[in-house]
Design a protein around this ligand. Sequence first.
Ligand SMILES: [Zn+2]
Length: 429
Amino acid sequence: MKTPILLSSLQIVPRRLFPTTLILLFISIYMHGQVTENVEKPMVLLAKAMIDVESGTTIRNPAIYIRNGKIETIGDGLKIPDGLEIIDVSNKYIIPGLVDAHTHLCHEYRRDLDIVPGSNTIAETVLRNEGDRALLGAKNAREMLMAGFTTVRDLGNSGMGAAISLRNAINKGWAVGPRMFASTRALSPIGGQFVTMAYEAQSAIIPKEYVAINGIEDTRKAVRQAIYDGADCIKVIVNNNSLVLSQEELNMIVGEANRAGLKVAAHATHGDDPSMLAVKSGVNSIEHGYTISKEVLDVMANQGTYLVPTDRIGVRRYQQRIQRALQAGVKIAFGSDMYYHHNELTRGQLAVRTYQSYKEAGMTNLQILQSATMHPGNLVSGKEKIGLIQSGYFADIIALDENPLENIKALENVVFVMKEGQIVKNDTD
Ligand SMILES: [Zn+2]
């Protein structure tokens, strides 16, 4: 996501740059959907307590001063100037809005419709057009926001452009959802993540979900195409069933992406080699890393590469990998990787349940809170600050009935959601 441009910025544009600069600014505002809806009157949010997820301290009776969608200052609740709008959740605990660093909002997997394992994803690509995918994404985006997720990084499996359309729709106010950082199609070895399909079907189906890269020039072109298509970040699948990208291809991806100010998320599974190649190329996060070794984790800790675990409850090897990562000092950024259909639970309710897998792996409640907010916020953000309740950060704030430092399951019942200074859910009483 590009830096929001407010009309007030125009006041500091030097006169000699008019009118070209003005025109460019307006084009930029139009292209990125960053209109001026978040220019608001100042307000103050009062709460019972605020969890400072960075330090782990609980601050009683905080007053959060908010202007233009950002947090200005945090006071003690005693001196509130006249004329401020007061938002009173003074019987609730507040924390930063949740951040999910690995979503697939425009994708829905129905196990019950599988013919062979994995075929349902192919069927979705065949049966649903871009509009269907974007509208499915709008439903999931709303559900994620209502569960407390104010920011997501959406990593492909969204058709050729559905996630970009969804992000733009949210930015324009056409749809309700979290702030989105979208990758467009994932770059991958030939075949992407699809099981081997008939030759005649390959060229029709695979490019709807993946950009196959095969050599350095292919790689350069794929990254530039993603940026042109509106990507906020690049998703690369380092390895599929039988193919692994080369170090040179990965270096090219990171170099081209970074030059344009984009970060890179690397899907890496099946042993250590794909992860090490990706880490050495300078990607910002390793997704999944189910079997990642101490050797790779040590390099990640040195370089500040995040691990986005995408775990499920009850899997011993996932838990052991979390432990290895913590011991190595690798920062863990929450990623739900949630794309399953459920008859009773929303996408957001399914995503928040994933925190229990971290609990099961031995993470403390504070570590889980950090992985749910400040770590992924830092990982996915560009110039803007996301993931803490501190001066200068987006006013993304959620409220809970209980103190999550004492009971992490409190995250499964978010009763109030503010995104960028706007209240989008308020079930407090
Ligand atoms: Zn995924």
